[in-house]
Design a protein around this ligand. Structure first.
Ligand SMILES: *[C@@H]1O[C@H](CO)[C@@H](O)[C@H](O)[C@H]1NC(C)=O
Ligand SMILES: *[C@@H]1O[C@H](CO)[C@@H](O)[C@H](O)[C@H]1NC(C)=O
Ligand SMILES: *[C@@H]1O[C@H](CO)[C@@H](O)[C@H](O)[C@H]1NC(C)=O
Ligand SMILES: *[C@@H]1O[C@H](CO)[C@@H](O)[C@H](O)[C@H]1NC(C)=O
Ligand SMILES: *[C@@H]1O[C@H](CO)[C@@H](O)[C@H](O)[C@H]1NC(C)=O
Ligand SMILES: CC(=O)N[C@H]1CO[C@H](CO)[C@@H](O)[C@@H]1O
Length: 447
């Protein structure tokens, strides 16, 4: 009974503790001024409350008596201090910053910096906004940084929301990329800035790690990712992708360059066409790529998919191609094979990872361009209630997780079966229970 109470007590403590610290995230800040230099020292393990964050840090750094500066807030959707140590290779003596080299080096070379391991950031955005005398700019895309024009006589706020992802690693990489271009923009100039790198505290529930998720577009999602609503002449098609990467394939030897991410904004569906209500052409492309992050070899890319319907009301791709304009070369177009998209009418097609590759012979010497989609979803027909219908998932019913379960169960059954089989073959020595046989006599000498 005592033990039970202790166990229940421990359990309750753990639950309360994890609930209390759920909203605490690390805050990393640095500046090209010395403003972060003489902020309050925090003690080891201290959880900084939102009041303390405001009074001891934000008000101190961006005080009314300070000169105008640019405040940059880089927000991930989740982050733990452990993630930072882990992915920055903090335990490696010769460490270059792991997957966040730019964050590490900018912070180390800054005039002053600050790390608050456990902080309640629920009011941080409001606190920062209250300091603004100039502009508040929200950035969802690296291209936006280039065009950022700020009045240096005012205090401006630049909010960078790193593309949400279930993987902290991917988000950190993306955040690092933003920091690199932001620092290129701000470090060289005389504009004072303070950068806060943290996560929004409400993040926890927005990250469903994995599983059989049937993605349905909600308003929030639609704004942040490449969501396309093509509605025309009685045709309606929805397309969604969390991100789209492009990859160069050298024709002669089939060698592939590493894939590079394309912006999630700026995609247009010009050239799409509603042929009949059972057939449509969807064309989606992006042009004027500004060469950010490895896309300097490509100017524009688009893909074109023709959907038809079978007599049995399955929609399928009857023709599809990718067209790309490489820098300084002629436009190249090649057919792709998307027969796996075949789906019953009234369903959408979803795939966590899909690559549009050419179906050209390996010997063809033409260069090619592949498109790689994350969280791809499309529905060309039968959309109801303004959202994707139930999804036909490319993983199919037997996902790796389900296979793992099945194999584990089979293994257990095999072991138990083997055990039962072994037990069944155990022979009782029949000497003891043969009634006709000679009785076994044991003489016990009486002492
Ligand atoms: C990728 O391919 C292009 C071909 O246009 C080439 O110029 C570029 O150097 C390649 N990049 C890498 C990283 O291999
Ligand atoms: C397509 O059009 C035909 C004739 O115009 C109509 O009978 C049919 O119901 C339409 N189908 C759909 C799915 O709207
Ligand atoms: C798809 O539909 C269009 C328009 O109805 C038609 O021209 C084309 O031949 C069809 N393609 C196939 C493969 O059936
Ligand atoms: C075409 O490819 C095959 C195998 O991929 C190879 O054996 C053959 O030599 C190639 N032919 C030419 C002309 O490159
Ligand atoms: C798509 O566009 C149509 C027509 O403009 C509109 O009625 C519909 O609500 C839009 N759907 C979404 C999800 O925005
Ligand atoms: C130059 C640059 O920023 N390269 C980055 C492009 O994006 C990939 C993947 O997100 C990063 O790994 C590169 O560092």
């Amino acid at each position: 009974m005592d033990k039970l109470i202790i166990v229940v007590g421990l359990f309750v403590t753990v639950v309360i503790f994890s609930a209390a610290s759920a909203s605490n995230v690390p805050v990393v800040a640095w500046s090209n001024t010395r403003s972060l230099f003489d902020t309050r020292q925090i003690s080891a393990g201290e959880e900084v409350s939102k009041e303390s964050l405001r009074d001891d840090f934000v008000n101190h750094v961006i005080g009314a008596d300070q000169k105008p500066q640019t405040i940059i807030l880089v927000l991930m959707n989740k982050l733990k201090l452990g993630d930072l140590t882990r992915y920055s290779n903090a335990y490696d003596a010769q460490n270059q910053g792991g997957i966040i080299p730019n964050i590490k080096s900018s912070m180390e070379s800054s005039a002053s910096s600050l790390v608050l391991p456990q902080t309640d950031t629920s009011d941080l955005l409001d606190d920062l906004m209250s300091k603004v005398t100039g502009l508040i700019t929200e950035i969802n895309n690296p291209v936006d940084v280039q065009s950022l024009a700020l009045d240096s006589k005012q205090t401006n706020l630049v909010i960078v929301r790193v593309e949400p992802s279930d993987s902290v690693e991917e988000q950190l990489k993306a955040a690092d990329k933003y920091v690199k271009i932001l620092m290129n923009k701000f470090n060289g100039r005389s504009t004072p800035f303070t950068l806060f790198f943290t996560a929004s505290p409400i993040s926890q529930d927005s990250s469903h790690a994995s599983g059989r998720r049937l993605l349905q577009a909600t308003d929030g999602d639609a704004a942040k990712f490449a969501f396309i609503n093509f509605t025309e002449d009685g045709c309606q098609l929805y397309f969604f992708a969390a991100n789209i990467n492009v990859q160069f394939v050298k024709g002669a030897d089939g060698q592939k360059n590493e894939s590079v991410p394309l912006p999630t904004t700026g995609w247009v569906s010009t050239g799409s066409d509603c042929l009949t209500n059972r057939s449509l052409i969807f064309n989606l492309g992006i042009s004027d790529l500004e060469g950010l992050n490895g896309t300097d070899w490509i100017e524009s890319v688009s893909f074109k998919v023709e959907f038809n319907m079978t007599a049995r009301d399955f929609w399928y791709v009857s023709k599809s191609s990718i067209t790309a304009q490489l820098k300084g070369q002629k436009e190249l177009t090649h057919m792709i094979d998307l027969h796996e998209l075949e789906t019953p009418l009234g369903w959408s097609y979803h795939c966590g990872d899909i690559t549009f590759v050419s179906k050209q012979q390996p010997n063809k010497t033409d260069d090619m361009v592949n498109l790689i989609f994350k969280d791809f979803q499309i529905q060309p027909f039968g959309i109801e209630n303004d959202k994707f219908s139930q999804a036909n998932d490319c993983i199919g019913y037997f996902s790796p997780a389900i296979w793992m379960g099945i194999i584990t169960a089979l293994l257990v059954i095999a072991i138990i079966g083997f055990g039962i089989g072994m037990m069944a073959t155990v022979k009782v020595m029949d000497k003891f229970d043969d009634p006709k046989g000679k009785q076994l006599m044991i003489n016990v000498p009486e002492s």
